[in-house]
Write a protein that binds this ligand. Sequence first.
Ligand SMILES: Cc1cc2nc3c(=O)[nH]c(=O)nc-3n(C[C@H](O)[C@H](O)[C@H](O)COP(=O)(O)OP(=O)(O)OC[C@H]3O[C@@H](n4cnc5c(N)ncnc54)[C@H](O)[C@@H]3O)c2cc1C
Length: 409
Amino acid sequence: MNVAETSIDAPLAGRGDERLLLDRGSLFLQRTAAVAAAAAAEAEDVDHQARFPKAAIDAARREKLLGMLIPVEFGGFGATISDVTEVCYTLGRACASSAMIFAMHQTKVACLTRHGSGSSFHEKLMRRVAAEQLLLASSTTEGQNGGNIRSSAAAVERSGAEIALTRNATVISYGAEADGIVTIARRTNDAASSDQVLLAVTRENYTLERSLGWEALGMRGTCSAGFELKIKGPAEMIFPEAYEKIHVQSMMPVAHLSWSSVWAGIAAAAVERAQRFIRKAARGSGGQLPPGAAHYTSARRSLAKLRATITANLDNYAVREYDERALASLDFQSSINLLKVEASELAVETVMSAMRACGLSGYRTDGEFSVGRHLRDALSAPLMINNDRILSNIATASLMSGVPAGLRD
Ligand SMILES: Cc1cc2nc3c(=O)[nH]c(=O)nc-3n(C[C@H](O)[C@H](O)[C@H](O)COP(=O)(O)OP(=O)(O)OC[C@H]3O[C@@H](n4cnc5c(N)ncnc54)[C@H](O)[C@@H]3O)c2cc1C
């Protein structure tokens, strides 16, 4: 069976066909290409109108990519985080908002698959994500607490087997369009702000009342409005493991790997435009490179660094993925935090170099060489859990871990 013959409804493994496993990479590529085409076609309008990229997310549903991380036994494709980051990169080249929505959704699904196994409520939700292609949003930012995820104000209220939670959710990307929300909260009313739990909730168990709009410089299609989030339902919505553990093992590593891949995709799209500009200029002047060519080379250099940083961290995560101690180590936690800082800065740097390579044609908001949208989208990267916050949080830990003795230590 080759890729073209593979049914769209078939899981990628578990059918006893080894060739299917071999084709797995190209099958994801094929499905991703269909989503990327839909995303690219509406990218300008999504940005202009600050509207949800419906065609792209509908295509992701049709291609069953929203459930790609769900294990085969629960109806998904059993994809790896590495598979997900490839999709994020490809979508990032087409439409940053679609890619970021996909990345945020997959981060929530990664928490569900790893920390929901063994809990009948969460296993049922896994099956629903795969079968119904549910889109999950994230609510971590609360009140004026900014990106301080490891501290919550709102607490879970318990009444027998039922719980309730009301959160001042300052930002929930695609909150209005999502089928479910994964959110953090204080364990109980008398728990410390860092004693948190994670909850997975679907539409029937929550209401959203809009408190803030989303008129932003970039990432406009993420529709990251503010809401009052009110949850009521069974206590089983709470994950069995403490959020502290989920944060270290899944939430933060997968978020940083997938977001970074989105930003690399945005940077790659800007580099592609700069390449076309330089080629056209060279053709028009008998092969003579325009003066901005050096900026194009700089853009290529920082894009190469960005991709290498992400792949090194992907490998680092893959070898530790099921080793709890290694995941919790100071070295790994510092490195995966620094990935976010480094990738976000490199993405902005790359897009800036691409813009300088294109000159006015890049600065314009119209025309085939415009990189204005890419720059506005990339500028969200250093703020999305602010780099300053991350650097100050890991300052003490990085003092405690030794300086590597060898290149591959
Ligand atoms: C495109 C996009 C989508 C998002 N989607 C979601 C979502 O779906 N769900 C969600 O919950 N959140 C979401 N967020 C919010 C995000 O996760 C962060 O919470 C938010 O970007 C931080 O907001 P802030 O800059 O107001 O707060 P802060 O992090 O408090 O930063 C404010 C200022 O304080 C400075 N600062 C903060 N801490 C320190 C420190 N320790 N040392 C030095 N300076 C510091 C920063 O540099 C910055 O200047 C999204 C953000 C973006 C950009």
